[in-house]
Design a binder for this molecule. Sequence first.
Ligand SMILES: C[S@@+](CC[C@H](N)C(=O)[O-])C[C@H]1O[C@@H](n2cnc3c(N)ncnc32)[C@H](O)[C@@H]1O
Length: 219
Amino acid sequence: MIERPDNRSYKLRGARATLAQSTAYENLWPKYGIPMEGVIDPAVVFPEFGTRIMEIGTGMGESTALIAAHFPDVAFFGVEVHEPGVGSLLWRAEASGLTNLRIIQEDAHIILRDHFPDASLDAFHLYFPDPWPKSRHWKRRIVQVDFLALIASKLKDDGYIHIATDWIEYAQWIQNVFAQSSLFNGGVIERPEWRPLTKFEGKGIRKGHVVTDMKYFKN
Ligand SMILES: C[S@@+](CC[C@H](N)C(=O)[O-])C[C@H]1O[C@@H](n2cnc3c(N)ncnc32)[C@H](O)[C@@H]1O
């Protein structure tokens, strides 16, 4: 029995996948999917790569697939809980012929806590995490003191996390949580030109949201 975190950082949704997503799931999971069994060692999964990055919450996988295509020498683990999103990313991976991407379907807390060795990743990407705007839901925001401790333990020396959010209050929350921690140093950065503008981000910008990119290095 998996011990789940008390406050899920994602919304529970029905798995309403389109036909294309469920077909991709059936056909492509064996090729790109990593089952949640035993130790998942990035150096064993991707022995031929020098840099290994985990993206937490890939959503529909639009930017994940574009970033993996942009950096063919870097290995990526895409993590998402929702099956339609995983189906969509599987389809994109196949369409782009990606050989540097594997996908894990589970809560990132559980994957990291129970399956990834310490000091095994070079970086995390966390793009547009659910902002949980209502104060009674703030405990569900993924960026918390405990989350920082968890990711710090899985990063190698000089490892980092790159975060982007279009929710200004969440950007401030993230900066406060990191400011209180001795595990990381960093702050707001310019949006890197390689980070693609996704449909999700475009929608936020059209509503007048300001996007903040932040990068924090492990101390
Ligand atoms: C607001 S969406 C953004 C998706 C994508 N990064 C983008 O920019 O379009 C956040 C995603 O993170 C996923 N998520 C949230 N908490 C997670 C967790 N603990 N483990 C894995 N995925 C998570 C959600 O299911 C959701 O698909």
